[in-house]
Design a protein around this ligand. Structure first.
Ligand code: TYD
Length: 139
């Protein structure tokens, strides 16, 4: 299984402001099928609390900051995102929780699949069963 990691994206410096872009397969290791963004998150709220069965994601703090906790069933990987030119690559199979949203932050997510609820595991106990079975298969 791929590991989550930070991908540094291109940055065009300019006295008029900075610009960053993403091209599928060049900067992210998948074809981008969908982009969504989360905003107006009230202080103290968290998002996510689910895992994806197949879809891959690139999560970008397009504005402000937040943290992403990724759990593979055994280890937590915690990432503080606060740079619009950094993307967090998330393979399928990680339980994700996003929290510590700064006021006015925007969480932009590019994913490899169209939206389907079938791709979600929202039940933590079922996620853990899946994580254990993956580990057994790997041994
Ligand atoms: P949800 O998965 O609960 O958000 P979070 O990432 O915080 O867990 O999604 C909120 C609602 O939006 C839910 O009813 C599903 C819907 N939704 C779509 O219709 N299309 C999408 O691309 C996404 C990401 C969510």
């Amino acid at each position: 299984m791929n590991k989550p990691h930070i991908i540094e994206l291109p940055r065009m410096y300019d006295p008029r402001g900075s610009l960053t872009f993403v091209e599928e397969t060049r900067h992210v290791p998948f074809d981008i099928k969908r982009v969504y963004w989360i905003y107006d998150v009230p202080g103290g709220e968290s998002r996510g609390a689910h895992s994806h069965k197949a879809s891959e994601s690139l999560i970008v703090a397009a504005s402000g900051s937040f943290t992403v906790d990724l759990f593979d069933g055994y280890e937590h990987h915690r990432f503080a995102l606060n740079k619009p030119f950094e993307g967090l690559y998330v393979p399928p199979g990680y339980w994700r929780v996003l929290d510590d949203f700064s006021s006015g932050s925007v969480c932009m997510v590019m994913t490899s699949t169209f939206y389907t609820e079938d791709d979600y595991e929202r039940d933590f106990d079922r996620f853990m069963e899946w994580a254990r079975s993956r580990k057994e298969e790997a041994i």
